[in-house]
Design a protein around this ligand. Structure first.
Ligand code: KIV
Length: 312
């Protein structure tokens, strides 16, 4: 069954929602995938099967990656940089994150959806952390939340988990601390920093996190941590020894041309493709090649003749 979605999508059909995800107006696509849960994450780690995760910030991207079979979609606060154009992740707000989370939830049915808690949504107090984590589930259609930090966030993680909300940790290069870290730089490269990272991972596990992102840490350290904890690690710039991998989709697609981190494999160059398409469109309109006869809407000769009579 199809519906018309208004003037801007005239003649374009969309599937009707199969069901309601939450008390909000979130609908969803019709993919029939079995829902990935935190239990799936654990089972995949036990079986030694790599977990796949990508970021998404909008409906069509979420739909495409869900159909492709990605295990988990992160509505990352990288939104601030790759979509909203900020220098770093600090300016993005809870309301902006929720706006994009809802779009992603409408597009993806099977993947485990993780909402990234933005800067200052969980650092001020445990109460704030709990309230904002809850908003991701109630208002954003997410299944879980992610927050950055180790031992200093253990109380917040415990409180959120105790409320029934799955939490993903994030250690290593934690972009919300970019000013404290002195830039976007690799972490855990000294023996003492590595030991602290391992301890933080164990503290997060003990606090109830279901998984931990390890960003920009030495590959052998990431592998060691992955073996030492029972919950899955998801690496980004942390080598193949992690239990899963995540990439920022705009890096993978070559959509973000400001810089590409060393650890990214670019699977497409959509920035270039888009640029070319836009230039062709501009040329076609300029040369009156677009719209062509196949793009126009017709009316019958009779109606046209009647119209001309009316306006004479
Ligand atoms: O915000 C984000 O996209 C992230 C990933 C880099 C893990 O946190």
């Amino acid at each position: 069954m199809c519906v018309y979605q208004g003037v801007s999508t005239l003649m374009r059909t969309l599937p009707l929602p199969e069901g309601t995800l939450s008390t909000t107006t979130i609908s969803a696509n019709t993919s029939q995938r079995k829902k990935v849960t935190t239990l799936t994450f654990r089972q995949k780690k036990e079986r030694g099967e790599p977990i796949t995760m990508l970021t998404a910030y909008d409906y069509p991207t979420a739909m495409a990656m869900d159909k492709a079979g990605v295990d988990s979609i992160l509505v990352g606060d990288s939104l601030a940089m790759v979509v909203l154009g900020y220098e770093n992740t600090l300016p993005v707000t809870m309301d902006e994150m929720l706006h994009h989370a809802r779009a992603v939830a409408r597009g993806a049915r099977g993947a485990l959806l993780v909402g990234d808690m933005p800067f200052m949504s969980y650092q001020v107090s445990v109460e704030d952390a709990l309230r904002n984590a809850g908003r991701f589930l109630q208002q954003g259609g997410m299944d879980a939340v992610k927050l950055e930090g180790g031992r200093e966030r253990a109380d917040a993680v415990r409180a959120i988990v105790n409320a029934g909300i799955p939490v993903m940790g994030h250690l290593g290069l934690t972009p919300q601390s970019v000013n404290q870290l002195g830039g976007f730089r690799a972490q855990g490269k000294t023996a003492s920093a590595a030991k602290r990272l391992l301890e933080d991972a164990q503290i997060l596990e003990e606090a109830g996190a279901f998984s931990i992102v390890l960003e920009a840490v030495p590959a052998r350290l990431a592998e060691y941590i992955s073996k030492k904890i029972s919950i899955p690690t998801i690496g980004i710039g942390a080598g193949a020894g992690c239990d899963g991998q995540v990439l920022v989709t705009h890096d993978l697609l070559g959509l973000f041309d400001r810089f590409t981190p060393k650890f990214v494999r670019q699977y497409a160059n959509l920035h270039e493709t888009m640029n070319k398409a836009f230039a062709e469109y501009i040329n076609d309109v300029g040369a009156k090649r677009f719209p062509a006869v196949e793009h126009i809407i017709e009316m019958t000769d009779e109606e046209w003749a009647a119209f001309q009579k009316e306006v004479k």
